[in-house]
Structure formats: structure tokens, C-alpha cells
Design a protein around this ligand. Sequence first.
Ligand code: PGA
Length: 244
Amino acid sequence: MRIVRAKDYQDMSRKAANIISAQVILNPEAKLGLATGTTPIGAYDQLARWNAKGDCDFAHVQTFNLDEYRGLSHDDPQSYHYFMRDKFFNHINIDLANTHVPDGSNLDAEAACYEYDALVKGVGYVDLQLLGIGNNGHIGFNEPDDHFSKGTHCVDLTESTIKANSRLFEREEDVPRQAYTMGVQTIMMARSILVVANGPKKAQAVYDMIYGPVTPSCPASILQLHTNCTVVADEEALALCPQE
Ligand code: PGA
């Protein structure tokens, strides 16, 4: 794993955006795996600014998001479909037909997950997968478990994730209890991986991801086995990690 130390959130966002834009400049038809959550928003803002300046062209880029809540329509302001348009797609020159997010509005979990998995597999997996990390070490909605998941599947969210995500909802009861997520195997098939993390709440998970044993009780720890994984994190998120 390559560790890139950033001073703060802004620095982390700029460094992460640099890696993503390099991918797009090298391959204008790049397939990007994208993530929701508060961490990547700064990188999306930076990419949108470069796009407006003409420095990073998304016209032929395809995107595949990690996950979506089960049971929310695409226009629900809490859905990840909405989040991605609001925070990124509406601000860049991407063709919305080239953007893909698991279909949370399809309550048939098996069909929705099968379809999404076939889609990602069908394009030969993504060139670059952007990931946030949960306080509990989850990636996508792959929660701590006794085994690593494989393809896209439906998960019951853990109490800690429901609590963490409730800050984005009016009431904790409003947080959906299930989600569709790419599996760990699907994530590991990406040709390169970029993890972003900031703030003291992520320090333990970031330490476990980089230095802990590879175990499904910290799903992000499997990234140690990926041959091209970069972690861009700020000082607070790296606080428990030795300075190398
Ligand atoms: P966050 O979420 O960016 O909102 O902290 C990250 C995650 O849970 O994967």
C-alpha cells in the first residue's frame, strides 16, 4: 500500500483529485468506481473545478458506484443516485447514461444485485476504485463479518453504520436498514484503488486497514493484498500510524 500523508481535508481532497484526474487524462474512456459519503466530496469539488477549466474531460468516462440504499427511489434526496448527481455529476460534463449506481428502487434484491454485478463484470471491472472507509473498517457497505463477501449483494446495515449515517437523515429511524453493495471481491478486481480518509474518528480503522491482520472483521484490511492501492489520508486519520 502506498500511503500519502495530507495536511488536512483540503490537501487530502486535492491529492486524491490529482490521482483521479491523472487516470482520466491517461485514459479518457476510463471506468471509475465511485463512492458516496462526506470524505470524497472535496475531491469531487476539485475535479469539477478542473473540469470547468477544461483540464479534466469526463465526456467519455463511465462510472460505477459502490452502493445504494435498498428501497429508495432515484430521486429520493437521501439516495446515492441523488447524492452523486448533486455532488458531482451535475457539475461535470459526464453523460448521465454513462453513470451507474445499484438500483435501490428495485426491491428484488437478487435481481438488482445480479444485474449490477453483470454490468461491472461486463465492462471488465473498473480502472480506479475510489473508497471511503467506515469507522468500523467497512468499505462500501461491506461490514465487519466472519468472511469476505464476493459479488454485489444485499446487506443489513450494522447499528454503528446506521448511527454514523443518521447524521445525514432527520431521524435515526429514517436510515434504511438494508443496502446493495459491490462485494469485496468486486472491489478487489479494480485495477487500482484509492482510499481517502480524514479526521480522528477514522484513525483506528485506518491503522487496522494498513497495519492490522487481514481479516473480515476489518473489511478494508484486505486492501493490503491489492497490488496497486493508495491511501490518501490527513494527519488526524494517520495519527496512530508510524511516520515512515
Ligand atoms: P464518510 O463515510 O466518508 O461519510 O465518513 C465513509 C464510509 O462509510 O465508507
